[in-house]
Design a protein. Structure first.
Length: 244
């Protein structure tokens, strides 16, 4: 019986690891698609694509997967992909935005609506919650092995055209206007290795999920994250401290 239990635990851990790796590959694939779509499929002339390809190599993502994502952006993958953002309310009225990349709008819309409804939320019209978020360029530089102090990094970021910076023991987070993200990224890339470079949504205010809605809320976020068409989930919410 103990042998069976050990094997079951090993298989369970392997399944969890495979699932986690699959989600990482899925996110990188979408980042590759967006980078190639925005700046072209040739990494030599597309710094953002080079950055994502480096992430793919670090994650041991198969080369075929990388090329497939780039081909999709170039129109070589057969299907046409559209970027769609859904806005809605989670349990307790929390604001949620869901960014999707899909080759079938009807399938994606039905799946997103079902996820919200199934977990006590509801989809809203365009603009229903987006006003609660700020769209910003977001650049992350890891501090590991970096001999640069906070003041020096701040000056470099501001000189590059950034609006703000936050620092913690692990990383520097640099914020820009969306239109300036590319120029700031290129300027910083000349001096530093970037871990993240993207435009994303940040909530202006955070609402705490009611204690009796935590299970529903986490179920909704998990279902959205597991959907292959979902690229990013932006939440203007936080869980109660005793639920974390």
């Amino acid at each position: 019986m103990s042998g069976h239990s050990k094997w079951h635990n090993i298989q369970g851990r392997k399944g969890a690891q495979d699932k986690k790796r699959g989600k990482i590959f899925q996110k990188i694939s979408r980042d590759l698609y967006q980078a190639a779509k925005a700046g072209g499929p040739e990494p030599d002339g597309n710094p953002q694509l080079r950055l994502v390809m480096e992430k793919a190599r670090a994650a041991n993502m198969p080369k075929d997967n990388v090329q497939r994502a780039i081909d999709k952006a170039s129109g070589l993958g057969g299907a046409k992909y559209d970027e769609i953002t859904y806005e809605g309310y989670g349990p307790g009225g929390t604001a949620i935005m869901v960014s999707c990349l899909t080759d079938n709008k009807n399938r994606t819309a039905a799946a997103i609506r079902s996820a919200f409804t199934h977990h006590g939320g509801s989809l809203g019209a365009n603009g229903s919650v987006s006003y609660m978020f700020d769209r910003k360029g977001y650049i992350v530089i890891l501090r590991d092995g970096l001999d640069t102090d906070e003041d020096s990094m701040l000056m470099d970021a501001l000189d590059a055209g950034a609006e703000d910076m936050k620092a913690n023991e692990d990383q520097f987070e640099i914020f820009t206007a969306p239109s300036d993200m590319t120029s700031v990224r290129d300027a910083l890339q000349d001096k530093y290795t970037l871990d993240t470079s993207e435009v994303k949504m940040f909530p202006e205010t955070i609402t705490e999920v009611p204690s009796d809605k935590v299970s529903q809320y986490t179920g909704l976020i998990d279902e959205l994250d597991e959907n292959d068409d979902v690229q990013d989930v932006y939440e203007a919410a936080k869980l109660p401290e005793d639920a974390e």
